[in-house]
Write a protein that binds this ligand. Structure first.
Ligand SMILES: *Cc1c(COP(=O)(O)O)cnc(C)c1O
Length: 395
């Protein structure tokens, strides 16, 4: 996208952690004409998307609900289906995204209990265990967990959280936000005992923004069925209906679904394990570069626990006097590479390199070179050898 007076030769690289680069197959699939609502191909399109997502989520039997929405819409769907005003939800604090989800929950009249937040660290499962043990009346309906908090670039250990919950014997559902992790890092909904997941199309799923989804297991559906909260468009029970028109509460976002089906097909063709391994390799290269840059103290990792560093995105703190938005501006305007800024409390002191979705080694190297070039342009003294270190990880 450029204005009518601009022309940028070659590629402009998008290294935000969403929206991410959209592969040509996905773009092409979206350029098909919409279908008439009675066409059986439409039924097939929706079924393929549901089955593909179930497969990627590692869930045999969950009900999948697709919406014309973004991640925020899918959050709201989770809230209204599982909890009604006056009930309680436990939100595991991970930073900007858990906080936004918690604020939305409160705005809908549902009480929120938060675990203590520790900047730079993943969720401590013991804090969830303690909060559930403290809820003797078992009023907490669900525990909301953000798998990868995109603002801090920290991935939490979902199986360990499930085990902590099981130790309490508390019946709360485990609900996981996989917006930034699905299609990049391993996720096993059934095997990990996750009752509900929600996600969106524009990050690891390599599709344009516009589709959000929820997947709910039988226990969650039972809670939803009994939940008296007022809802219509988001209602899972209503959407369990067969005709596509009812399933989508109106016209389906068909072209977006065509794109999503193509993207899910690409993940299948590359192979799930290969996709995960590619994300580990590319993120390893970025982390190796950041480690080199960090040796002068001008920049540093937000995530203090190497094992919890996300394969999707790397959030980088800047020292006082190093302005993240300046680095972003030079990277974008001089080097044709878009990176992201700091969110919430990180605004003005963090920038982020996205490395998820449809990416290859030369794209990541190009991004790292652009960031390094921006440091030079701005006279920011960082450690030497970052590109060589990245290359080492890739070869
Ligand atoms: C991006 C993101 C969201 C919000 O998605 P939108 O599509 O921007 O509404 C929610 N959770 C996580 C973890 C995200 O990365």
């Amino acid at each position: 996208m450029q204005t009518s007076t601009e022309y940028f030769a070659g590629l402009r690289l998008l290294h935000a952690p969403g929206p991410t680069h959209v592969p040509k197959d996905v773009m092409d699939a979206m350029s098909d004409q919409p279908l008439d609502m009675g066409d059986p191909r439409l039924e097939e399109l929706v079924t393929d998307c549901e089955a593909g997502l179930r497969n990627l989520l590692g869930s045999e039997k969950s009900d999948v609900f697709l919406y014309a929405t973004n991640g925020h819409g899918a959050w709201e769907a989770v809230i209204v289906n599982l909890a009604s005003p006056g009930q309680k939800v436990l939100v595991a604090s991970t930073g900007h995204f858990s906080n936004s989800w918690a604020e939305m929950t409160e705005a809908m009249g549902v009480e929120v209990v938060r675990t203590p937040y520790q900047e730079g660290y993943p969720i401590d499962p013991a804090s969830i265990e303690a909060a559930l043990n403290a809820d003797a009346a078992q009023e907490i309906v669900a525990v909301f967990v953000v798998h990868t908090d995109t603002a801090s670039s920290i991935t939490s250990d979902v199986p360990a959280i499930r085990q902590a919950m099981d130790r309490t014997g508390h019946p709360a559902l485990l609900v996981v936000d996989v917006v930034a992790s699905l299609g990049a890092t391993r996720f096993e909904m059934d095997a990990w005992g996750v009752n509900v997941t929600m996600g969106a199309s524009q990050k690891g799923l390599m599709s344009p923004p516009g589709v959000g989804f929820c997947a709910a297991d039988a226990r969650a559906m039972e809670i939803a069925r009994r939940n008296p909260s007022h809802r219509y468009y988001w209602d899972w029970v209503r959407r369990q209906d067969a005709p596509v028109y009812r399933k989508f509460c109106g016209t389906a976002p068909q072209n977006h679904l065509m794109g999503l089906r193509a993207a899910l097909g690409l993940i299948q063709r590359e192979g799930y394990e290969n996709v995960l391994a590619r994300h580990i390799r590319l993120s390893g290269a970025v982390q190796a570069a950041v480690e080199c840059w960090a040796s002068t103290g001008a920049v540093s990792f937000v995530c203090q626990v190497p094992a919890a560093r996300s394969v999707s995105v790397t959030a980088i703190h800047t020292a006082p006097g190093v302005v993240p938005d300046e680095i972003r501006r030079v990277a974008r305007e001089t080097f044709n590479v878009s990176i992201a800024g700091g969110l919430g409390p990180f605004a003005g002191r963090v920038f982020r390199i996205g490395h998820l979705g449809d990416l290859s080694a030369p794209m990541v190297l190009g991004c790292l070179a652009a960031v390094e070039g921006s440091f030079r342009e701005l006279n920011i003294q960082v450690g030497e050898g970052a590109l060589q270190a990245a290359l080492q990880k890739l070869s």
